[in-house]
Design a protein around this ligand. Structure first.
Ligand code: NAD
Length: 501
């Protein structure tokens, strides 16, 4: 039995034990045992944290952007210093292997690096002489208190996408991380404080629906950035915007990898293995659908793919040789396994069945072996829905147009990839496909931090993306000043804008 810890909120620069009397259980996915108890906030606790954030925000907003950037630089250095500790903590609660956890932290840090450039990013525009003696300039100002609500699958990267940009812009932040793996977000807040962020500017409030609803209804929270599953994303978007908030809500995914007959099949196999099964398939940019195009391509693919998948034995998240670890919870393991059964019932060919996998010494862990389906068709529910586990589905297509139509017509539109040596075909595909992020011979096309992340259709509600300049735009409001300093002849002219003359 693992010793249990208590995970508290982090408010006003210090740990704040929950007062609601409600707790969530944090599991060790390797063993299936409860390892910690996390406080779940009431609406009152959430409101208390907002009050603190609201009081702290004006001074932070008034701190010049260069000084705010210095806090980001310091934070980056501290996270790098604590990389091993953060990665171990992340693996212990999420279940992904330590190398993947380091990737999770690193990809978030890249957004912090982007946020270090905030003085440049906040520069406005200026027009001299828009009229006689008239100049016009614009500035970007912070919104006030914003909330970030994040999923379990990237407990370091996704919070950093949001708080990195939001804080640099001069906002105060309430982060409501996933209650399944809440420790890393708290450590990040502690490190931010160590980096010099004033108390109260960044607060972590744990919770479930009660805390989320309190965020969505609180009038002092001006914007909500959400990432999670689509139904909840839609709910957050609808309720938040109905309350007059700015909301961006990223949802689920079902990304397709289109494999053209001219693709380098060895590269495709390596990429598919990593992107379909890595992190146990619990990535919104995973590639769980392979679409081989043309006669013979699917058979060639399967011949090379099967032996590689058979080598993929999951292991404990602490095992340096494990390719991937357990999934996050017992309920999630059962859900993934039920989708495998659904695929069988719907008539797809199950070439490899990962159900019933037991890791010696970790028999109660939430492990699932790799599964592979062939002859999956678009009418199957197991194809239409997100499985979010180590399951790859092959859907055969005759022509590139058919493959592109599969991705374009799917309810989700997060990412898609094409594997080919034909530049023209790739270019046409990238231009026409109805999906937000496209990879050309890149299986997981997560854009770099200074570009922007966001899907289409039911993968994102709202009209702005995460990080890059889109992030700055989301976390600021623009003000435009028209100023007139009349002098000389100009002073005698009537001031009429707009004018017909
Ligand atoms: P989830 O929707 O269960 O939870 C996300 C957040 O919503 C959590 O903070 C959770 O506490 C909260 N929440 C859960 N149920 C709620 C309810 N009924 N009312 C209000 N709030 C609620 O998602 P998850 O299981 O933590 O994460 C996996 C999902 O996130 C997958 O669907 C994955 O595709 C998606 N995801 C999307 C992206 C993206 O950028 N599009 C990135 C990562 C993950």
């Amino acid at each position: 039995m693992t010793a249990q810890r208590d995970i508290h909120h982090f408010v006003n620069g210090k740990a704040s034990p929950g007062a609601s009397g409600r707790f969530g259980e944090v599991f060790d996915p390797n063993t299936g045992e409860v390892q910690a108890k996390v406080s779940l906030a009431s609406a009152k606790e959430l409101a208390d944290a907002v009050e603190i954030a609201k009081a702290a925000q004006p001074a932070w907003a008034a701190t010049n952007p260069q000084r705010r950037a210095r806090v980001m630089f310091k934070f980056k250095a501290l996270v790098e210093e604590h990389m091993d500790e953060l990665a171990r903590l992340l693996s212990a609660e999420h279940g992904k292997v330590v190398a993947d956890s380091k990737g999770d932290v690193q990809r978030g840090l890249e957004v912090i690096e982007f946020a270090c450039g905030i003085p440049h990013l906040l520069k406005g525009e200026y027009t001299e002489g828009a009229g006689p003696g008239i100049d016009v300039y614009s500035m970007r100002q912070p919104l006030g208190v914003i909330a970030a609500i994040t999923p379990f699958n990237f407990p370091a990267m996704i919070p950093m996408w949001m708080f990195g940009v939001a804080l640099a812009c001069g906002n105060a932040v309430i982060l409501k991380p996933s209650e399944k793996d809440p420790s890393v977000p708290v450590r990040l807040a502690e490190l931010m404080q160590q980096a010099g962020l004033p108390d109260g500017v960044f607060n972590v409030v744990h919770g479930d629906k009660e805390a989320v609803d309190a965020i969505l209804d609180h009038e002092d929270i001006k914007a909500v950035s959400f990432v999670g599953s689509s139904d909840i994303a839609h709910y957050v978007y609808s309720r938040g915007t109905a309350n007059g908030k700015r909301v961006q809500a990223m949802g689920g995914a079902k990304n397709h990898g289109v494999i053209m007959p001219d693709a380098d099949m060895d590269q495709v196999v390596r990429d598919l293995v990593g992107s379909a099964y890595g992190s146990a398939g619990e990535r919104c940019m995973a590639l769980p659908v392979a679409v081989p195009v043309g006669e013979g391509t699917a058979d060639k693919l399967i011949e090379k793919l099967m032996p590689e998948i058979e080598k993929l034995v999951p292991g404990a998240s602490t095992d340096p040789d494990a390719i991937y670890g357990p999934v996050v919870s017992k309920a999630h393991k059962e859900k993934v396994e039920s989708y495998i059964q659904m695929g069988v019932d719907e008539g797809a060919d199950l070439l490899l069945d990962g159900r019933g996998f037991k890791l010696q010494g970790h028999e109660n862990g939430f492990f699932i072996g790799p599964s592979l389906f062939d002859n999956v068709t678009p009418d199957m529910t197991s194809y239409q829905e997100e499985i979010f586990g180590p399951v790859l589905q092959i859907v055969r297509a005759d022509e590139l147009e058919d493959a592109a139509a599969l991705a374009s017509n799917h309810q989700y539109g997060n990412g898609v990839a094409i594997f080919t040596r034909n530049g023209l075909a790739a270019r046409e595909f990238a231009s026409k496909v109805n999906v937000g992020m496209v990879g050309v011979n890149v299986p997981i096309p997560v854009p770099v931090a200074y570009h922007t992340f966001g899907g289409w259709k039911r993968s994102a509600f709202g009209d702005s993306n995460q990080h890059g300049f889109e992030g700055v735009r989301f976390f600021t409001k623009i003000k435009t000043v028209t100023q007139r300093w009349p002098s000389g002849e100009v002073a005698d002219q009537a001031f009429i804008i707009p004018t017909m003359q």
